[in-house]
Design a binder for this molecule. Structure first.
Ligand code: MLC
Ligand code: AMP
Length: 473
């Protein structure tokens, strides 16, 4: 089975039901099916074939969905690129993925016109479930972004698990405001919609000033957010929050840790206990709090069906319950490897178990709790930042002798990056900031540049990031 077969639950069995609300228009599943068949034919006419890559650099839109589905239908590998990325970040992904077609806002009018006149019949393809469906780029600790290959089966297993675990059915009304270029909205959002045949309203992005009005207007039963989204929703006036809560069935959070206090404040305001789950680009979803039963604050719950989890110490031995170690995973949701990076793929697995890099504990009653990460990854608003990428750029600047980037806690975004810079002569931090803004996605730009005399290093010369705050005193 490939995703074409799975999506038929909606396309063939519910053709006339409302499927998507986008910018005030409603589309049925037949409309969505037909649009993507036409787009698939337009792409095929451009020479795209099974195994070729198509990259998109687009905000959430109907075109994004058309292109993703067209790729699925042709066996073309879809490469979504973060719309906030700048030239420097984009060029690496493009040279690595070598897409046959790169779609930006500029190409859309021509593509739409090419698709419009074509047949709405599904094009013929033979494709098995292990075929790659997408390459999703994830930053590496080395600073170089790697393409995680996600297969049709990876997406299918994930969606089937979530429908079951979170009781998602065709009667749900699903509000999706997260960016489709990451697995949270792509793997969970889009696939839960198409697997269940529910009605989805897609927003271009989450705008906190408009969020409450969007909830009241659409009256969803289901919503997925990152913790920053829930922190923003805490500003909703109590009466409005209660009104929203009345119609809701389930709020899910993931991609970054949800503070227990936010869970509690949200429960008081909206009358719902957010269900927290844990995932990664390389594995899609792994562990989830239960739908029925205790949704434990600070914990991510139990492994999803088919997912095996182990927690190992530095020596590779399983730790007892209650002790911290690195979390390893195995299951049909786990990706087969990184695109054209055999070394990185080999390094990511030990005896067939995927090393997550996340530190975790298991309680005696089976709940998993994440306790930090092995690397110095920063997660800001659900977007990942590898300090090394920014540090390398800063050290390329003539006025910088040394640089270190570390996380600073932030109430809304969870963490924000801060740069510590040892100058070479005169150092204008405003100019450094401006150059960062030109070269990196906004969420990666350090919120502060702190000039220090030297960086705290250990005996091996490694920067001790936990001492950076003190170095700035
Ligand atoms: C954020 N920004 C966007 C944007 N999202 N710009 C355009 N389109 C988007 N979709 C930029 C803004 O320009 C701004 O830049 C900054 O980000 C924050 O914007 P804000 O308006 O202040 O938003 P805020 O209320 O803080 O909310 C931010 C957010 C965003 C929650 C909407 O961070 C977001 O969409 N996060 C989701 C990321 C995600 O889906 N991650 C999943 C990864 S997959 P400036 O210059 O002010 O900073 C994964 C696996 C798993 O991790 O387990 O799911
Ligand atoms: P990404 O590489 O963008 O897919 O991000 C995956 C990382 O997000 C994981 O390795 C975790 O560190 C983090 N993450 C995802 N969900 C959670 C969660 N519920 N709590 C804490 N961290 C999370």
């Amino acid at each position: 089975m490939n995703l074409r077969n799975w999506f038929d639950t909606s396309f063939r069995l519910r053709p006339h039901e409302p499927a998507l609300e986008w910018k005030g228009e409603t589309y049925t599943f037949r409309d969505i099916d037909a649009r993507s068949n036409r787009m698939a034919r337009a792409l095929a006419a451009r020479g795209l074939q099974r195994g070729d890559r198509l990259a998109v650099y687009l905000a959430n839109s109907l075109d994004f969905i058309d292109l993703f589905l067209a790729c699925v239908k042709l066996g073309v590998i879809f490469v979504p690129v973060n719309i906030l990325y700048r030239e420097r970040e984009l060029s690496h992904i493009l040279s690595d993925a070598e897409p046959k077609l790169f779609v930006t806002e500029k190409e859309l009018p021509v593509l739409r016109a090419e698709a419009a006149g074509r047949s709405a019949e599904l094009p013929e393809t033979t494709l098995d479930g292990d075929a790659p469906a997408a390459l999703v780029y994830t930053s590496g600790t080395t600073g170089v972004s790697k393409g995680a290959i996600l297969t049709h089966n990876n997406f299918a297993v994930n969606a089937a698990n979530l429908l079951d675990a979170w009781r998602i059915t065709s009667t749900d009304r699903f509000l999706l405001a997260l960016p489709l270029f990451h697995v949270h909205a792509l793997g969970n959002g889009l696939h839960c919609w198409l697997f269940s045949g529910c009605r989805m309203r897609l927003l271009e992005r989450f705008e906190h000033e408009k969020a409450a009005a969007e909830f009241l207007d659409f009256r969803p039963t289901l919503f997925f957010g990152v913790p920053t989204v829930y922190v923003r929703l805490l500003d909703t006036p109590p009466e409005t929050a209660r009104e929203i809560g009345k119609g809701m069935r389930l709020f899910v959070s993931g991609s970054a840790p949800l503070p227990a206090q936010v869970l509690e404040d949200f429960r008081k305001l909206f009358g719902h206990t957010i269900l927290e789950r844990y995932g990664m680009t390389e594995t899609i979803m792994n562990i989830s709090n239960p739908y029925d039963g205790e949704r434990r604050p600070g914990s991510v719950g139990f492994p999803l069906p088919g997912v095996q989890a182990r927690i190992l110490n530095q020596d590779g031995q399983d730790v007892p319950d209650g002790e911290t170690g690195e979390l390893y995973l195995k299951g049909p949701n786990v990706f087969p490897g990184y695109w054209r990076r055999d070394d990185a793929t080999r390094a990511a697995f030990v005896d067939g178990w995927f090393k997550t890099g996340d530190l975790a504990q298991r309680s005696p009653d089976g709940y998993y709790t994440l306790c930090g990460r092995r690397s110095d990854l920063i997660i800001s608003g659900g977007f990942n930042i590898y300090p090394r990428e920014i540090e390398e750029f800063l050290m390329e600047q003539p006025e910088v002798a040394e640089a270190a980037v570390a996380a600073q806690p932030d109430r809304v975004r969870g963490e924000v990056p801060v740069a510590y810079v040892v100058p070479r002569g005169v150092c204008d931090t405003a100019a450094l900031e401006a150059r960062c803004r030109e070269n990196f996605a906004s969420f990666k730009c350090p919120r502060r540049f702190i000039v220090v005399e030297k960086l705290p290093r250990n005996a091996l010369g490694k920067v001790q990031k936990h001492l950076l705050g003190a170095a700035a005193q």
